[in-house]
Structures are given as structure tokens and as C-alpha cells.
Design a protein around this ligand. Structure first.
Ligand code: GTP
Ligand code: MG
Length: 553
């Protein structure tokens, strides 16, 4: 029987992080394939396809319901844990509760059923503020208040789950206790991966925001994509969200073959982009004016992919909300699949991303830097180029896809198989040490001036246009995902790769690679190495001078 991404995740892997949440997400991904087939080729062709679509929609509804059974509660730092749980259990059975810190202590509480949430919400009071007024919008973001005295029972103070990665210095210290480079890489991957709690929080924030968007668009849903769910997310990474309005158009397949029918009277816009812009603009206003916990809302509507950027203060997440961005959802699914094919993929991506950040190759500020997404594609490409390859090409994954997996989005062929059983990998036993060292070597000598990186074909191709770095967008193949990168940044990346390769060949470990000062030391040493040449020139000049002096005499 075919093994779906979700099944594989559940049965084979025993990773701590975000297993359950992602399993649900994968069900949604399958849903998308069904919807897109419908969009690309007209209404579902047969009953089987319709049933598959219905099944996916059901699992989607279930996961949405699960998130809606959760609330986010701002607590007091010394909240009595047991008393808090007792209080909650008066409203319903609590499935899961955990605490975290983000400018205060918060609890994520999941009830077993909707009645629990409803009872808690019904019991909540409106803040009593003397000089200000409140916006009358009630949500599942609550604040715990207590009339009694503060908890003095130290043993009953909530244990907070980490929501951020350790600092680079702490990480280096942690890694220095590892026996070898391989262990360091695994330890870094573990330290940076999203925890199950952090994943739950991400899904909950999507659900809280969905309540706001649903005020305008009741059938809309907000879902995470990008590194929050592709398996390469680091604690503290941004929360990319997608506002899905497709359920509203689902009724278009109801049109009869003959006779009368009615259609909705809908306002028209000049293009789909214009619709996206105006929908996002309204949602942005809503978040700014009424969204509990949403601050710093910016409308970035003229970008290639229009978005709304803001901070969700209670979770501490930097959020990017997009709409009509299905290709990005598909690349999220692709990266998740690739990361699951071989454990070395995630380990190498985490290490390279961390190395890049520590050495200033990537930045949280938008600019001419290489992005994490581009770096991930570079690692994927490098692994496709191994002999034998560690990862298959995207074209191969497309060849392996069943007709039912066909997926066309806005005219782009985004088909690939999600069936692990079909993907046969050649045996490659290279160690992570070897791979990391060779990654640096590979990009030290890559002909960036002439060639492009193409994970679809798994081989470099001549660049179709000028520009320092060309990484073909895997699905919108006429686009370059690293168009923003300038020559200075690319040169910096290449020179860091050269120095890191040299360092690894001289027995350097991850701790040295993550310290920019160590890499500059290599630079200095390398400079000193070329001294003999300058010494030779000096000697030559000296001898000429001596010769002249002799001749003059
Ligand atoms: P971090 O947020 O840096 O941890 O990584 P990320 O993978 O989430 O990257 P980012 O937030 O920049 O983008 C979110 C997702 O959008 C990515 O995972 C991709 O799926 C997609 N994406 C990002 N940049 C591009 C791009 O230039 N082109 C395309 N087609 N998709 C992109
Ligand atoms: Mg992101």
C-alpha cells in the first residue's frame, strides 16, 4: 500500500518535534493537490476523485476543529500550576497544557472538546479599565486574573518550554562537549529544531488569526507554510501564513448542465492580484485596529507576492501573511519530502543555515543577502550532485507521480510524487563530516558567473540572465529565487566557503566554523602563506638594486 508523507512520518520517524501537528498539515497538503487538479482541469473527473477530495476535506476540518479547541492564556509568572489546571478542568477535560515565556508567561491549553473552550469563554469577563476603552472583540486569547494572593509554592510554578534557540555562544559551548564533528552536527540539529510545543503554538496562532479573517470570509482558513512546517524550521523562525479563500469558490462546480440556476453577485476586480491586495489590505486594517496581540502591522502589497507583516506579541512570532500563494505551499511540501528522505538532509541544512547566520551570510533584515530558502536549495542541489546522489531530482519525482498526483498551479506544473515507497535511493554512505567539508569545497569552486543551480534537473545549467547568483525557482521555472543577491554578498559566501573548506581540511570542528573570528584568523594565516611570493619579489628588487649599485660603481 502506498505510504503517504504523513504515514511515513508517523510510522518510521521517531523525531520529537512537531510530529502530530505536521501529520495534520500533510493531510491538508494532499487536499491541495485535489483542489488544484480540479482548478487546472475543470471539475473532478470521477467519483473516486470526488471521494478523495471529500476525505481530505474531512481530515482538514478535523484538524481545524482541534486547533479551535485550544486557547492562549497570559498567566502570572508565579501562577500555581495545579490550581490553574483545577480551574480549567471545571470547564472541561484538558488534553494538553504547556507554558512558555514571551514578555510574560503564557499557557497553551487544549481542551478535549469545544464545550470546554466555550464554557471557559462564557465565564470570561471584560477588562475593567478606568481611563481607556476596549475594542469589543472577544477571542481565544485570554488573561488569567486572580483575586487571591500570589502563589508562594515554589514547586508549583510552571515550567516554561523554550521557544527560542540558545545563543550562538551557548551553542558553541554545548557543541564543545561533543566527541566528534558528526555528533556536533546532530546536537546542533536537535538544539535548533522546532519542538512539538512550538509547532502547536504556531498552529494555534494561525487559528486565532483565522477567527479574525473569518469575520469577513467565514470559509477562509489560515495555514502555516515555509520553515514552520517544512522540517527545516529553527526555534524563533518567522511564521509564514497563507490565507486560503479557495473554499469560497468551491461552489463553482455546482453549475447544472441545463435549466435555471442562480449565482452569487460578486464585486469584480481587474486581476487576481488586485483581489489579493484588497483582501490583504482589509485583513491588515483589522489586525491593526482590532487584532488582540497584533502589533507593528505593515502592508507590503506591491511585492511580487503581496503580504502583511506584523508581530504577534503573545507568541513572539514575526508573522508574514500572504494569500493566493499556493506555489509556496507546494515548495514547502517538496522540502518536507526531501528532508524526510534521508536524515543527513536536515542535519546538513541546519548546519549550513547556522554557519551562514553566525558568519553574517544571512540576516533577519531584508536585503541583498542569501536567504535561508536559497541556502536550502543549494544544499539540496549539492546532495543531488553526489555520486551516488543522496537526493533525487525534482524531474525524477515528477516522473514517479501518479496521474492523481498531477498538480498545476497558475499554469505551473508542480507535480511530484509524495509516495515514499516509489522513491528508490541509491546507497550512499558518506558521513556528515565529509558532506559538510565537500559542501564548502563544492561552492568554493562553483562557476557562479556562468552557471545556475537547478534542482529540477539536478545539474548546473547556463544562466539564462545576468546576475551574480541564479537559483532556478523549482516550480516557477522562469524565476530566480536569489535575484536579490548582489556580487558582494556572493563573493562573501564564496570566500567563507573557501576558508571553511580549508579549516575543515585542517581538522577544524563546528565550534570553529561558527566563530567568525576563527575564520578571519584563517584569512590572516592564508595571507601569511602567500608571503613567500612577496618575499621573492622583495628579494628580486633587492638583488636588482644591488646589481645597479655594483654597475654604478
Ligand atoms: P526562514 O523563515 O528563514 O526560516 O525560512 P523559510 O523557508 O520559511 O523562508 P521564508 O520565510 O523566506 O519563505 C517562506 C517560504 O516561501 C519558503 O519556504 C518557500 O517555500 C517560499 N519562498 C521564499 N522565498 C521564495 C522565492 O524567492 N521564491 C519562491 N517561489 N518561493 C519562495
Ligand atoms: Mg519563514
Amino acid at each position: 500500500m502506498a505510504t503517504s508523507i504523513a504515514m511515513r512520518w508517523f510510522n518510521v520517524r521517531e523525531r520529537k518535534c512537531h510530529a502530530k501537528c505536521l501529520q495534520k498539515l500533510e493531510a491538508l497538503f494532499s487536499t491541495r493537490a485535489g483542489v488544484d487538479v480540479t482548478r487546472a482541469e475543470g471539475s473532478p473527473k470521477d467519483e473516486g476523485e470526488r471521494r478523495t477530495h471529500q476525505r481530505h476535506c474531512t481530515s482538514f476540518k478535523q484538524s481545524v476543529e482541534q486547533r479551535q479547541r485550544s486557547v492562549l492564556i497570559s498567566c502570572l509568572p508565579k501562577t500555581h500550576h495545579n490550581k490553574f489546571l483545577n480551574y480549567l478542568s471545571r470547564h472541561g477535560h484538558v488534553n494538553k497544557c504547556f507554558f512558555y515565556e514571551s514578555f510574560g508567561t503564557y499557557a497553551v491549553v487544549e481542551f478535549s472538546d469545544n464545550d470546554g473552550v466555550q464554557s471557559l469563554l462564557d465565564s470570561a469577563t471584560i477588562p475593567s479599565i478606568s481611563h481607556e476603552s476596549v475594542v469589543p472583540l472577544r477571542s481565544r486569547l485570554l488573561s488569567l486574573r486572580s483575586i487571591n494572593t500570589v502563589n508562594t509554592d515554589i514547586k508549583n510554578i510552571p515550567q516554561c518550554q523554550p521557544q527560542r534557540t540558545v545563543s550562538i555562544n551557548e551553542l558553541i559551548q554545548q557543541l564543545s562537549s561533543c566527541d566528534n564533528l558528526e555528533q556536533q552536527i546532530m546536537s546542533l540539529t536537535e538544539a535548533h529544531s522546532l519542538t512539538e510545543e512550538n509547532s502547536r503554538l504556531r498552529f494555534l496562532v494561525c487559528s486565532l488569526l483565522n477567527d479574525i479573517s473569518a469575520a469577513y470570509f467565514p470559509e477562509s482558513s489560515i495555514r502555516p507554510f515555509g520553515s514552520s512546517v517544512n522540517g527545516f524550521g529553527k526555534l524563533g523562525c518567522d511564521l509564514d501564513m497563507f490565507l486560503d479563500l479557495d473554499a469560497i469558490s468551491a461552489g463553482s462546480s455546482n453549475m447544472p448542465q441545463s435549466g435555471m440556476y442562480v449565482e452569487y453577485h460578486m464585486k469584480r476586480a481587474t486581476s487576481e492580484r488586485a483581489v489579493t491586495q484588497s483582501v490583504l489590505s482589509v485583513i491588515a486594517e483589522c489586525l491593526e485596529q482590532f487584532g488582540p496581540g497584533c502589533v507593528g502591522v505593515q502592508k507590503i502589497l506591491n511585492a511580487r507576492c503581496p503580504l502583511v507583516r506584523f508581530t504577534h506579541q503573545p507568541s513572539g512570532f514575526q508573522c508574514d501573511l500572504t494569500a493566493n500563494n499556493r506555489v509556496a505551499m507546494r515548495s514547502t511540501e517538496m522540502l518536507y519530502l526531501l528532508g524526510e528522505l534521508d536524515p543527513r538532509v536536515r542535519a546538513l541544512v541546519f548546519t549550513v543555515r547556522c554557519w551562514a547566520r553566525a558568519n553574517g551570510v544571512t540576516s533577519s533584515i531584508p536585503g541583498a543577502w542569501i536567504t535561508n530558502f536559497s541556502l536550502t536549495l543549494m544544499v539540496v542541489f549539492f546532495l543531488q550532485r553526489r555520486n551516488p546522489p543522496i537526493l533525487p531530482t525534482l524531474d525524477r519525482l515528477k516522473e514517479l507521480a501518479e496521474p492523481s498526483e498531477k498538480c498545476i498551479i497558475d499554469g505551473n506544473d508542480c507535480t511530484f510524487t509524495s509516495d515514499f515507497d516509489k522513491i528508490q535511493l541509491e546507497p550512499n554512505t558518506e558521513s556528515l563530516d565529509q558532506l559538510l567539508s565537500d559542501f564548502f569545497e563544492f561552492y568554493s569552486t562553483f562557476l557562479f558567473n556562468r552557471m545556475s543551480i537547478n534542482i529540477r534537473k539536478g545539474k548546473e545549467e547556463h544562466k539564462p540572465e545576468l546576475g551574480p547568483l541564479y537559483i532556478q525557482n523549482p516550480f516557477e521555472t522562469s524565476l530566480n529565487v536569489s535575484k536579490n543577491v548582489n556580487t558582494a554578498q556572493l563573493e562573501r559566501f564564496v570566500s567563507l566557503c573557501q576558508e571553511s573548506a580549508w579549516m575543515m581540511q585542517s581538522g577544524g570542528t563546528l565550534t570553529t566554523l561558527l566563530q567568525p573570528s576563527q575564520i578571519s584568523a584563517v584569512k590572516r594565516r592564508k595571507k601569511r602563506k602567500v608571503e613567500p611570493a612577496s618575499e621573492r619579489i622583495k628579494g628580486l628588487l633587492e638583488s636588482l638594486r644591488t646589481k645597479n649599485n655594483v654597475q654604478k660603481k
